[in-house]
Write a protein that binds this ligand. Sequence first.
Ligand code: ATP
Length: 430
Amino acid sequence: MLNYKETIKQLPNKLYKVLKHAGEIGDVLGIKVYVVGGFVRDLILKEKNFDIDLVVEGDGIFFAQKLNEKIKGYINVYDEFGTASIELKNDIIDIVTARSEYYQYPAALPTVKMNSIWHDLYRRDFTINSMAIKLNSLEFGNLLDYFGGLTDIKNRVIRVHHSSSFTDDPTRILRIIRFAGRLNFTIEEKTKQYMQKALEQNMILKISDDRIRKEIIHILEEKSFSNIISIMECYGIFQNIDPNLIIKKDTIKKLHNLETSICEFSKYTRNYIDKNIIKIMHILESFPLDKLSNILTKFVSDKKCILTLIFTLTKKKDVYIKIKNKKLDKYDLYKILEPYSIESLIFYYNDCENYIIKDHIRFYVKNLKDIKIDITGKDLKSLNIKPGPIYAEILNNVLKAKILGEVDDYIDEINYVKKFYNIRKNNIDT
Ligand code: ATP
């Protein structure tokens, strides 16, 4: 039996200790304890993965409480599922009771029942994710590989356990493509056929918006997300989600370049940049505008984000036409781009090839976006200007003057108002 004790010893000490303690507590309680899933896969692949999934053949919750007494994290218990999680400073340890599952109907959430580690591993998605390492002291580090996961890792292939895997849980279609893209593995031939069959049966449509969103977010957060999007397009996944959702080669190219654009813009702004929203904008860039609201719930749930996405995509052509003009003055540029979030602006920048448009967007974000005036209505009041719609007009004129470089600081602004207001007054008086 292969043993990974030495490899585990090379992990950061706090992780090693958690695994050691878990095994020792298992010894005391007389139950078998394993670390499973992605952690084992990545240990073999020598990839960093600090998400520990523990499986115990016994009462998982009681075990978790005992472990937490030792490692002193913050424990969450989920009685109905027989699971618990322990939050440490930067890591989360998930603990489950070994279980098998049966499905009431395809794509339903599984009904859970107790069982042994073999069943627990068999119910997992792919052989490479279905290995366990035993943690009890006497067998610490022993690899349990019932389904050939190690050979599949060596051959760089991803394989499901059985032909109905994708109909049992169609999110596995998105997962397999994510892992293929991330690890640069190929999908085993039979597995590919099962997947294609599930796609023909439109199984993707059976996934709830909530689950599909979660999987899509996982994909967008992968380093190699543009490769994954490209593989998804090859398998026709997007058209399965919606026949109008077509990802062009050009879009993949833009997604490849996106990180560079984000890097460049992050130098010019202190705003947080939500990269996923920009990626979603690109994915939907050719989608019919009048149907956008129907598909967006598969990508985002936040209402504000949905509105931003619709606004950005709908206004794109209009913005490009307006800022294509070489002679645009700074204030006009400011007014055109002011309604757009940093994400929308980076999207426009990365989307468009016209250098005048690109220069204008870059110039706006770098030099204009954060311009604010220092005076407020209070200052206008202390200048004895009667409150009314004129306040907005004056403040806007001060802003314009500031953008055009005619005023610089608070004193300049006050002087500008005095001058501006006098001129108006004279005009009104005459
Ligand atoms: P990542 O590195 O992306 O976190 P992971 O393999 O740890 O990858 P998780 O989503 O955290 O992925 O899932 C943990 C484990 O749970 C997987 O390794 C796999 O064994 C199992 N698993 C997750 N999703 C499914 C699924 N849809 N069907 C079956 N098993 C699953």
